[in-house]
Ligand binder design. Structure first.
Ligand code: RP5
Length: 161
């Protein structure tokens, strides 16, 4: 049973999300990914969220570009945490998607990460930190990943590197 449901608006979004999937794997978090457009498949999206919640999904990650309403619509359909990834597929370099994802009205929050691949990785890191509040195994992995990051930062100041 997946703990995290990742939904993106188009197959064209999938390459940007590889880092998200890799990081979720790094934490040992079960996930499933779906391509469902909020604009083109609204009823399918509604049905998917119902089914995912019944299957035990604890957190949703939504990713979309252009007028990126998918994460916000996810947040309208569930009381679970929603993390939004604005993608950079359009002529505005992702600023369009960023504004669409981050500017949610009060009471319907979407935790918005950076544009594109960097944000996709952070969506998974943030998901891990949220899930770690109630999952000791994930909490241990969060601690380990942070220690790895600190060790890597120390390596980077080695003048021989
Ligand atoms: C958004 O429109 C999708 O998330 C994608 O980023 C963008 C373009 O979609 P396609 O035309 O490639 O399907 O809804």
């Amino acid at each position: 049973m997946p703990t995290v449901a990742v939904v993106c608006g188009s197959r064209s979004d999938l390459p940007s999300l590889k880092g998200c999937f890799d990081v979720l794997d790094e934490y040992g978090i079960g996930w499933e990914a779906s391509v469902i457009s909020a604009h083109r498949q609204a009823e399918t999206l509604h049905a998917y969220v119902d089914q995912a919640e019944r299957a035990g999904v604890q957190l949703f990650i939504g990713a979309a570009g252009l007028a990126a309403h998918l994460p916000g619509v996810l947040a309208s359909l569930t009381a679970k945490p929603v993390i939004g990834i604005p993608l950079d597929g359009g002529s505005l370099g992702g600023a369009d998607a960023l504004y669409a994802v981050v500017q949610m009205p009060p009471g319907v929050p979407v935790a918005t990460v950076a544009i594109g691949s960097a944000g996709a990785k952070n969506a998974a890191h943030l998901a891990a930190r949220i899930l770690a509040l109630s999952d000791d195994a994930v909490a241990d992995r969060v601690t380990a990943v942070r220690a790895d990051q600190a060790a890597m930062a120390e390596l980077r100041i080695d003048p021989r590197a």
